[in-house]
Design a protein around this ligand. Sequence first.
Ligand code: F6P
Length: 344
Amino acid sequence: MTKRKTRIGILTAGGDCPGINAAIRAVGKTAIVEYGMNVVGIINGFSGLIEKNTMPLHEQQLSGILTVGGTMLGTSRVKPFKLAEGETYPTKPILIKKHYEELELDALICIGGNGTQKTANLLAQSGMNIIGVPKTIDNDIWGTDVTFGFDTAVFVAAEAIDRLHTTANSHKRVMVIEVMGHKAGWIALYSGIAGGGDVILVPEISYDEKLIAECLLERSSKKKPYSIVVVAEGIYKDSKKTAGTYIAHRIRKMTGLETRETTLGYIQRGGSPTPADRILATGFGAHAVTLAAEKVFGTMVASRNGIITSVPLSEVGGRLKLIEQGNSLVEKGRQMGVFFGANG
Ligand code: F6P
């Protein structure tokens, strides 16, 4: 009797980002062309396994998606292990495992951020053959130097900051731009340095409003025609105001300088991935299939010192990678006069 083909499932969960379709394409093509596997697309993240909502992925479905933003499989933020109303234990994981078996999956590739990798680890511990692929614009997943989505978000944010220089200069204003990043400041740091930000505020460095005001007033006294302030959304937690709005308000109040704010929002999550993100996503997707073929389960693909490798999911699950003390880019920015909201 001929052995049936290996079947791998693939899902995308959590916030979308540019590069996910490139990763899906790499998984599918590597599985089909290199390993002769069958590929099952799971619709809308983990909810697709709960509802057994799938689509077959053949080469036909995989063509033309390399450069397309978003995820062709759809996504959701469903957290299967979170107790639902009235539950004494999580029932969704039982359904997930049942449908995984009914679909005759030999492995499941989970493309997602921190929450997804945390769920992936718990599913692996329940006996499913799981491979995680890290993705997020936030670049805050522990265990990998970088995630795809990040380079594109930095590109979009830096281009927006470039545009703010000309309007700030024309009106001699302070321009505040808020960027995404959840609890990490990577997008603000990288786009702030790339875009020539004068002040960069990140959640990892607690800021002093008075010192920010003094810095901006000193710039003004030195006849600097304008200032650019880049703010990570995670520096401030108030549902009524965004971080950028809050900081702009405080700057106006404390300095009297004409100040405007821009919140970049979901533009950082949309559109076509940069070539760097396409390459990283392709490498991650292809490596995930190799790990599955070699039955190296309970792992997450990772980029370490430019090499694509893997780390145990048990070490990653839910751990945040934040800007470390003494980060070289922060130090170099400081040496050039960029102010990070606090001295030293
Ligand atoms: O994790 C990516 C991200 O864009 C964060 O930077 C942001 O805080 C969050 O998602 C927004 O979540 P949602 O897409 O659910 O509004």
